[in-house]
Design a protein around this ligand. Structure first.
Ligand SMILES: [Zn+2]
Length: 270
């Protein structure tokens, strides 16, 4: 079984980076992940890439097997997950081409499989601070050094999709003070936390959602166009971020389950 330290949910823009990467097919107790994983070295670090929508982009956000994807990363020995995603801005000052490093989320998805603790093993993991503070700081540092506009905090509202928001929904999300909207951060981030992996949500802003600015409402074509234009920025950010991540963790993500288990199947904590 191959191993890796860092897992990246990367789209088609990244596969060109990986000549000579090993393609690995992984099965999990939760079924098959979105795609085979491409494993190799980036900046001297063992990295595994996975296309969360599959490389052929055949899996919509609400049909992604999030548990299998995160379990596959964990089974390779991965302790850090970098999760770029496309997002719509809910704030005038957060412009297309900017990056938001999320520190909070709001879950407005429906019925997604969002826990590994379905019983009999029961745990209530804290998600007060769901994103890894160490990775967040390093992401901001790497992006800023690469000349990118980085927003160091932001609340991501995650909608069920696959449709985009109505004008009323978008105005509501904005009025709540939330920063950006996307469809995949939940439950990715909490599943990583349940597996005690660090998680960084790095959102590339592709549009102004449905009418926050005078721009036309978001369309899939516009998201694809801006994301494609910014793919090079995202690639630079991730490559330098991978090199910045220290071998040992100084955060508390690795002990997220300490004190979280309640079931009788687990020995009491000391
Ligand atoms: Zn961490």
């Amino acid at each position: 079984m191959p191993s890796a330290e860092i897992g990246i949910f990367g789209g088609s823009g990244f596969y060109s980076l990986m000549p000579g990467f090993e393609e690995v097919e992984i099965q999990t107790p939760y079924g098959a992940p979105s795609d085979t994983l491409a494993i190799g070295e980036v900046n001297g670090r063992r990295v595994a890439f996975m296309a969360r929508h599959n490389r052929a982009h055949t899996i919509p956000p609400h049909k992604i097997n999030y548990r299998a994807n995160l379990w596959a990363f964990k089974s390779l020995g991965i302790t850090r997950v970098l999760a770029p995603c496309a997002a719509g801005s809910l704030k005038p000052y957060v412009q297309p081409g900017h990056f938001v490093v999320c520190d909070q989320f709001i879950d407005r998805t429906r019925g997604r499989e969002d826990t590994f603790f379905d019983g009999p093993d029961v745990a209530h993991v804290s998600t007060a601070d769901p994103y890894c503070p160490e990775l967040r700081a390093l992401a901001v540092k790497s992006g800023t050094a690469a000349g990118l506009t980085m927003h160091p905090t932001g609340t991501m509202v995650v909608i069920e999709g696959p449709r985009f928001s109505t004008r009323a929904e978008s105005a509501f999300h904005s009025s709540q003070g939330w920063t950006a909207v996307s469809m995949t951060q939940y439950p990715e981030v909490v599943l990583a936390r349940e597996l005690e992996m660090c998680f960084a949500g790095i959102a590339l802003i592709t549009d102004y959602d449905s009418g926050i600015e005078e721009a036309a409402p978001v369309s899939a074509a516009e998201v694809i166009r801006v994301f494609g234009e910014s793919n090079d920025k995202l690639r630079r950010l991730l490559i330098s971020l991978v090199a910045e991540i220290p071998a040992e963790r100084s955060c508390s993500c690795g002990t997220a389950l300490t004190g979280a288990r309640l079931s009788y199947t687990t020995e009491p904590e000391e």
